[in-house]
Design a binder for this molecule. Structure first.
Ligand code: SAH
Length: 373
């Protein structure tokens, strides 16, 4: 707790064999027992390896220099670390892996992203492998490892668990058969928000797939009571997802910028905007990292990520508040919606010198104003 925005954005070098591995708050795959076990288990096989969920690159690191290692990463925070560490990586979802191009695939199960995303990742791994190729699959027994391992074995043919530690597992599988084709990944659904109809489009792995989160609706309800028109006002949506807040705010006349760390969400946001004939900027950005130094906003909104016990996520939520404090024009307002048990009040009081609670139902909507103006 207590990270400043500068500290949040700072990359920290850790020593690694043959170089340095950069890590930062908000970037996955570091100090994570699943990645630790993976890192102690992987060994080279063939010429080309593919890491489909590298995070900062820890899990497949022992392969570096012994095989050609390609990495597909969707998080901007993690990608910045990979680049700085000099590890070859591409910003792309797992299903964009080159077909049949690899002898080895490394996959830490992205269990937090839901089963549609995990299943698409497993299928992508099967397609990326040459016949006879191998997969290291790492996961947590308490987060569906057994079920996904079984699914992967059905897909590939052969597999066994090769490392165990507490609830953590690494399995080694071999591709003995051809996988079924990748199914269509895009989904869409309709929603009524503030009396208007929207069609949202999204890929697997986005927040609140299939229906708009109740907390997001509550934030919009509170905001529309507080601010009657957004005409000509600059609005920032921190963690925009597929656009549950960005689209309605753009329709209310705001010049909206959505920042979002996850590439799959950014692609979903862009498609949703286009499908609804709305325009807003959709930036692939770790918090406010992709904004210019001078960018300031009249209104900032967020439904921040949270997962009880997930330190990475709390760092991010806190960085959102810090970014809001830094990016509001004098007189500007910050709207945040959260679970009632999350204690944002003290942080708002500290950063803004004021806050009020606008609505409390299943969630609470908090509001803080930047002094001056
Ligand atoms: N505003 C959307 C999504 C809210 S969930 C809605 O109301 O439905 C929070 C979002 O924050 C997720 O889409 C998540 O991918 C994104 N996020 C997580 N870490 C982030 C970071 N470091 N920078 C920007 N966005 C981030």
């Amino acid at each position: 707790m207590g990270l400043t925005l500068a500290e949040y954005h700072r990359l920290t070098p850790l020593p690694r064999p043959g170089g340095v591995l950069y890590v930062k708050p908000g970037a996955r795959g570091y100090r994570d027992p699943v990645y630790e076990l993976l890192q102690r288990t992987v060994s080279p096989f063939g010429k080309r390896a593919l890491d489909l969920n590298p995070g900062v690159g820890w899990g497949s690191l022992p392969l570096e220099g012994r095989m050609e290692v390609e990495r597909l990463e969707t998080s901007k925070a993690a990608f910045r670390c990979l680049e700085r560490s000099g590890l070859r990586a591409r910003l792309a979802p797992p299903w964009e892996a080159e077909e049949g191009g690899f002898e080895l695939v490394v996959l830490a199960l992205p269990a937090g992203r839901g089963s549609a995303y995990v299943e698409a990742s497993l299928l992508a791994a099967a397609h990326a492998l040459r016949p006879g190729g191998r997969v290291y699959l790492a996961g947590d027994k308490n987060k569906g490892f057994e079920r996904y391992f079984k699914g992967a074995r059905d897909l590939l043919g052969y597999g066994e668990v090769v490392a165990r530690e507490g609830p953590y597992r690494v399995a080694l599988l071999e591709k003995e058969k051809d996988p079924p084709p990748l199914p269509p990944l895009w989904r869409s659904f309709q929603a009524q928000i503030l009396g208007q109809a929207y069609t949202f489009h999204h890929l697997p792995g986005v927040f609140s797939a299939g229906r708009v989160d109740k907390a997001s609706l509550l934030l919009l309800e509170a905001l529309s009571q507080e601010v009657p028109s957004l005409e000509g006002r600059r609005v920032l949506d921190l963690g925009a997802g597929y656009g549950a807040l960005t689209l309605p705010l753009a329709r209310l006349g705001g010049e909206v910028v959505g920042v979002e760390d996850d590439l799959v969400s950014v692609l979903s946001l862009r498609k949703s905007l286009e499908a609804n004939g709305l325009s807003a900027q959709a930036l692939h950005s770790d918090v406010d990292e992709a904004l210019t130094r001078e960018d300031r906003f009249d209104i900032i909104v967020t439904n921040p990520p949270f997962h009880v016990g997930g330190a990475v996520i709390l760092d991010v939520a806190q960085a959102f508040v810090e970014a809001a404090a830094a990016r509001l024009k004098p007189g500007g307002g910050f709207f945040l919606v959260a679970n009632p048990f999350l204690k944002y009040e003290a942080l708002l009081e500290k950063r803004f010198g004021n806050f009020k609670t606008l609505l409390v139902r299943e969630y609470k909507v908090l509001f803080a104003r930047r002094e001056g103006g």
